[in-house]
Write a protein that binds this ligand. Structure first.
Ligand code: MN
Length: 723
């Protein structure tokens, strides 16, 4: 892969493409895409001063060096064309067909969202990138190539956005490249990110490397000669390359507290052979001649990493008493190690139908992919989804093994509970204990790289709620939660049924007498339940009461309050507008107030409370004032057509700084939020507590506002205030 921004011409791309694409029509379409892009970008310049076409040329070139299919190369040329609203999508489809334009659409959406800058769009763009993996991974290849070239030319961008681009790249794109096994792109992106996010560190490492280069090169050359000699003696065909460690990997080691001089494996080499068995043969010969360093040997040939990486790693005391890190692999393993999932782009084996093949490989070979699919089903909001993926998948990970030797990848910090749920929810739900490396461990044991984990299960066992606090991954927590949601349902069902029976005893009515087919039908219609079980559950969890429910078919009311309740339930069940914005089921003439304690806004789940003499007051479901009330609770909903803004209060903890209040106000500039008052409640040495009362149209806007506030430098926390 070319390392720098180059002024490429089309022939440069074509030369690479022609090494693996032979179909004439495909080659012609690629040339057509280039000419089309050339025309559409004519006159445009990059910040580097180059003609714009240089960017698509580089992107296509990077894709071609990954052996991308012709559709992806075309999309590489065309990827920025729809950024310009003057260019017509229809025309693009006419010229290149839906398939290619779908790829261009994908990349345009991602780029537009991340360009937007606010926290919601960022989340949405990250989600798009992640979900894109499960839809058509080729969009992500283009995105990676696009970003790689933009990073190579980042010097031309103003320095503030340099740091931001570098951060975003490190946060999302580098981990994705790593999970897809695309080490070559990953490693170049990492070095570029370091250069712009920590230039002083980066250049000091470069300088130190240059200082020691000569000496190192000499030792490496000597070592290579010697290994050549040994392997030739034994008739093993091979190639050896000296290898420089990436600047980022040196930085990571120094960051962990190692000094530059102690990073012993600065000298590294790679040996390539034809077959797997030769890998082990070479390893044996090297260990026979050079003393290996204990505990530094890793066999990723027998136990590939979940991103398909295979290689033998060892560190030996080599010539000149220097330590050498040596990797031994076949040429095929190397192709996969450098390009990962993209190495499945093989025209030789699959002709032109490489798309299906690469998506298949994703599904079969990458655990990462399956977990994203899983989380995609479970997590509904952008935020929850992106959080889960980031915390479970994109963090530094460890590899642990099942007793059968299958590798499982988990974020560092995971416990046997996370392991069990990663294997299967059934394993997690029925876990009774864990054995790690033949020793019984407690469930809060923190797993280490290479651990062999054996989960003991028992069919009748169930999880403990305590596990939610022990589990590290969001995935395990979600699965435990969903187990209890199911279990709670059964409990509610029992409780609801008992309450109905008790109510019937109070009314001196037998079950059969009451539940005639006619009554049952009416009862279910009135309560909007599909069946009796559902009704019991909503009684059991307190959404309604047995009294209220049975009253829908049999009156048994004496008190004044119950008369209101009766009025509520006897009306025809159709939502009626009260005060326009709140719908109270079955009633149209009751006064409605918004509770002042918890200040619900549209979008908040709410309940109504029938007050003595003052109608229904509407609370958030989570309001502590609603904790121990049941009889007077009534279902209420926000009308879908709410257009007014509602008051609500936030409690902000902030560092004392002149600008905090101004910053808060500045985040309301979009006009969705109106600030009514700001009060400083308390000020200590370093921090202040501030109450902000705002008017806001709905929960979504409020969440966004709170996120925006939280991203401010001086703000420590933001929460909703309940008085
Ligand atoms: Mn671009």
């Amino acid at each position: 892969m070319t390392k720098l921004n180059q002024n490429l011409c089309f022939e440069d791309v074509q030369n690479v493409v022609k090494t693996y694409i032979i179909q004439d029509e495909e080659l012609k379409l690629i040339e057509k895409a280039y000419l089309y892009a050339l025309e559409k970008h004519r006159g445009e310049k990059r910040l580097t001063g180059d003609d714009y076409i240089n960017h698509p040329l580089n992107v296509a070139h990077i894709l071609a060096s990954m052996n991308a299919d012709y559709e992806t190369i075309c999309a590489g040329f065309l990827h920025d064309i729809l950024e310009n609203p003057d260019n017509s999508r229809e025309e693009l489809v006419e010229q290149f067909g839906e398939e290619i334009v779908a790829l261009v659409d994908g990349i345009t959406t991602i780029n537009r969202l991340s360009f937007n800058g606010d926290s919601d769009s960022k989340l949405a763009s990250q989600r798009k990138i992640l979900v894109g993996l499960t839809e058509d991974v080729r969009v992500i290849f283009i995105k990676l190539a696009d970003r790689l070239h933009n990073m190579r030319t980042l010097w031309a961008t103003p320095s503030a956005s340099q740091k931001e681009k570098a951060k975003e790249t490190l946060d999302i794109l580098v981990p994705i490249a790593a999970r897809l096994g695309m080490n070559q792109i990953k490693s170049e992106l990492e070095d570029l990110c370091l250069r712009y996010s920590k230039p002083d560190v980066y250049f000091s490492i470069v300088e130190r490397l240059n200082e020691t280069k000569l000496e190192r090169d000499q030792s490496v050359e000597k070592m290579i000669d010697e290994v050549h000699h040994i392997l030739e003696e034994h008739g093993i065909k091979h190639k050896i390359k000296g290898r420089s460690k990436s600047i980022y990997s040196i930085y990571k080691k120094m960051d962990k507290g190692k000094r530059f001089n102690d990073i012993y494996d600065l000298s590294a080499m790679r040996i390539f052979v034809d077959t797997e068995s030769e890998c082990y043969l070479v390893l044996g010969l090297i260990h026979a001649r050079f003393k290996p360093m204990p505990k530094r040997f890793k066999d990723y040939v027998a136990n590939p990493k979940p991103n398909m990486y295979q290689s033998l790693h060892t560190t030996v005391f080599g010539v000149d008493d220097k330590l050498f890190e040596i990797q031994i692999r076949t040429y095929e393993m190397d192709r996969i190690a450098e390009n990962g999932i993209a190495s499945h782009w093989s025209y030789k084996e699959h002709g032109s139908n490489v798309k299906a093949n690469i998506q298949n490989a994703m599904e079969q070979k990458l655990q990462f992919f399956k977990t994203i699919m899983d989380l995609r089903k479970e997590e509904s909001s952008d935020e929850a989804f992106v959080d889960s993926v980031k915390s479970d998948l994109l963090k530094e990970s460890i590899y642990v093994f099942t007793p059968k030797g299958d590798a499982i990848e988990l974020p560092n910090g995971s416990t046997p509970i996370d392991f069990a749920y990663r294997v299967h929810s059934k394993v997690g739900d029925s876990m009774v204990g864990a054995i790690v490396n033949n020793q019984i461990v407690s469930l809060d044991y923190v797993l280490k790289d290479g651990d062999i984990v054996n989960i003991k299960t028992n069919k009748s066992a169930i999880p403990s709620k305590e596990w939610m606090n022990i589990a590290y991954t969001q995935q395990a927590k979600n699965k435990i939660k969903s187990f209890f949601n199911k279990a709670d349902k059964e409990e509610y069902l029992k409780k609801g049924e008992e309450e109905v029976k008790a109510e019937l005893r109070k009314r001196k009515t037998s079950f059969h007498e009451f539940f005639t087919p006619e009554n049952t039908e009416k009862l279910l219609a009135e309560t909007k339940c599909a069946n009796l079980d559902e009704l019991y559950i909503s009684i059991g969890n307190g959404k309604t009461t047995a009294t209220l429910a049975l009253n829908t078919v049999q009156n048994n009311n004496d008190t004044k309050e119950e008369l209101i309740l009766k009025k509520v339930t006897e009306r025809e069940v159709k939502p009626v507008q009260i005060k326009d914005d709140i719908l109270v089921e079955g009633i149209d003439s009751l006064k409605v107030n918004i509770a002042n304690c918890c200040q619900p806004i549209p979008g908040d789940p709410v309940v109504g409370y029938i007050t003595k003499g003052n109608g229904v007051s509407v609370h958030r479901i989570t309001c502590p004032n609603m904790e121990n009330v049941d009889e007077r609770v009534i279902a209420v909903h926000w009308n879908d057509t709410v257009s007014k803004k509602y008051h609500t209060s936030l409690l902000i903890e902030a560092e004392n700084s002149k600008n905090v209040l101004l910053d808060v106000i500045s985040k309301t500039s979009s006009g969705d939020i109106i600030v009514d008052s700001i009060n400083t409640l308390k000020r200590t040495g370093d921090t202040s507590l501030i109450e902000v009362t705002i008017r806001v149209p709905n929960l979504e806007k409020l969440r966004k506002f709170m996120n925006d506030l939280e991203s401010l430098k001086h703000i420590i926390s933001v929460e909703r205030l309940i008085k």
